[in-house]
Design a binder for this molecule. Structure first.
Ligand SMILES: Cc1cc2nc3c(=O)[nH]c(=O)nc-3n(C[C@H](O)[C@H](O)[C@H](O)COP(=O)(O)O)c2cc1C
Length: 211
């Protein structure tokens, strides 16, 4: 009888040891099923349909002097999104941005038909449900290259969230003036950030969006 008990105890320990080893061999399992709500009845494959159920987010931005770029990167960190820089086909020089003169930026902002060309494109924009659009305020408005960007793709069915940086101006009408460029898109109200905005302030804003 004593021998039988020892034998059974040994079997039990072997089973436990095997179970721990099996868990340890798949450390990524918990990290890849964040969207399944912990439903223990799911088969592993059912928990991996992230492409169908999770929102896919893109942060697209234009930044002439890297201020908006810094904010865009923090939004990317907060959301775990993809990021795309809207790069002008012809880069803006310091002279182009010297708004105290008759500079290129001023001329574009004063021309309703100006659509500065973009270098490159977003790969498969159809995969994104939500698109953050970031830009510097130029004379109270979005730079005309943002108009080029919005007219270049089909945003119908997508949610667009504008953000901007500026010396001091609020986002104001800069975002609402973009709405007519994207038929059937849903625009959330946007936000202006200063260049020194920290990651935690961005995190707070993003979590308040309830994406
Ligand atoms: C042509 C031009 C016009 C600008 N107009 C405004 C403005 O109306 N209000 C404001 O607060 N800042 C204005 N700025 C400052 C920029 O919005 C600010 O420096 C911004 O953070 C720059 O972003 P970036 O580094 O991503 O290009 C203007 C800058 C330029 C070059």
């Amino acid at each position: 009888m004593k021998r039988l008990k020892i034998f059974l105890a040994a079997i039990a320990m072997l089973v436990m040891a095997f179970s721990f080893a099996a868990c340890g061999a798949n450390p990524g399992d918990n990290g890849t099923n964040t969207g399944d709500g912990g439903d223990k009845n799911q088969t592993p494959n059912e928990g991996e349909n992230k492409g169908e159920t999770d929102e896919k987010i893109l942060v697209a931005y234009f930044s002439a002097t890297n201020t908006t770029k810094g904010v865009a990167q923090k939004i990317q960190t907060a959301t775990g999104s993809a990021i795309y820089e809207i790069v002008p086909a012809i880069a803006y020089t310091a002279a182009d941005l010297n708004y105290n003169t008759d500079c290129r930026a001023n001329r574009e902002q004063n021309d309703a038909d100006a659509r500065p060309a973009i270098s490159g494109s977003v790969e498969n924009i159809g995969q994104y449900d939500t698109v953050f659009i970031g830009y510097p305020i130029w004379w109270g408005q979005a730079p005309k290259i943002i108009y080029t960007f919005l007219e270049s793709y089909d945003f119908s069915g997508k949610t667009i969230i504008p953000f901007c940086t500026s010396g001091s101006s609020p986002i104001g009408s800069s975002a609402t003036n973009l709405h007519s460029l994207t038929p059937n898109a849903t625009w959330l109200s946007g936000k202006r950030f200063g260049g020194s905005t920290g990651q935690s302030a961005i995190n707070d804003w993003v979590s308040g969006l309830n994406l």
